[in-house]
Design a protein around this ligand. Structure first.
Ligand code: ADP
Length: 262
């Protein structure tokens, strides 16, 4: 792999085009196959921000793991820019609900993990500084995880992902454990990072409002095996307000599709 050049903050990184084509997947549970996906197809355009909403256990995280190359589908394939995804790649980064920082490493050393693993630590110092600055943790570079609030730890996890200049950011309920105010400010930050960097984003969330405030398309999934119940275009400018009539109407529509009539 060629070392990633240090990009100025303003230069856009082209996002990956993602395609799930006829993907079926199953896990083994007590000796039986548990079908999680059946003939699932979905395309994400380069730079598009797509949210996945659906009941717990329907297969959302599995979709992210397949796109990350951490799992291989039983049938069908996932494509990134037309190439089959058959292994993990630093261009496609998964961010979890739990920031999973190494407690014995400083914030900076946690963020440096990707470049270090790729053998480009020495040439990545400026990029690491830039990633810390992007998430507003530059003043906390030498702090340790136990010295951070929940929001700061999640920002460190985001910096650890962004330092690799991902072209696809896979977000698995990244703000699920944060208090509601921290969650709001993290949503705002995620949006501005996406607007600056231009990566494609796939966000798994339980929160209808979060999906509608952030994503350009909201995919509503059925119970397992997940199939697409609705593909809602959210064609509204950013920043969006949760009380904007269009958001309120879309929220009602999404909840109805999910079986929660108000
Ligand atoms: P979601 O993210 O929508 O909550 P997941 O993709 O995590 O759903 O899981 C879908 C289903 O697959 C669930 O029923 C879950 O219990 C099961 N599952 C997930 N991972 C595994 C695994 N490694 N082994 C067995 N079953 C699993």
């Amino acid at each position: 792999m060629v070392a990633a050049a240090i990009r100025p903050e303003t230069q856009a990184i082209a996002g990956v085009a993602v395609e799930f084509r006829g993907v079926s997947h199953a896990y083994e549970l007590d000796g039986n196959a548990l079908p999680v996906l059946q003939e699932f197809s979905l395309s994400v355009a380069p730079g598009e921000f797509v949210a996945l909403l659906g009941p717990s256990g329907c297969g959302k995280s599995t979709l992210l793991r397949l796109a990350a190359g951490l799992e291989q589908p039983v049938r069908g394939a996932v494509f990134a820019d037309g190439s089959t995804v058959d292994r993990p790649d630093p261009e496609r980064v998964l961010v979890f609900q739990d920031p999973t920082l190494f407690p014995w490493r400083s914030v900076r050393d946690n963020v440096a993990i990707g470049p270090q693993a790729r053998g480009i630590l020495a040439t990545s110092q400026a990029r690491i500084n830039e990633a810390l600055k992007l998430v507003k943790l530059d003043a906390f570079a030498s702090a340790f995880p136990h010295q951070l609030s929940g929001g700061m730890a999640q920002r460190a996890a985001l910096a650890r992902a962004l330092v690799n200049d991902p072209r696809l950011l896979l977000l698995d309920e990244p703000f699920g454990r944060l208090d509601s105010l921290t969650r709001l400010s993290m949503q705002r930050e995620l949006l501005s990072l996406w607007q600056q960097a231009g990566y494609s984003a796939l966000l798994v969330t339980h929160d209808v409002e979060e999906a509608l405030l952030l994503a350009q398309r909201v995919i509503v999934l059925s119970e397992r095996p997940a199939r697409i119940k609705a593909d809602i275009a959210v064609d509204l400018p950013y920043p969006r307000r949760r009380d904007a009539p269009a958001i309120v109407a879309l929220r009602r529509q999404a909840l109805e599709i999910m079986g929660f009539a108000e």
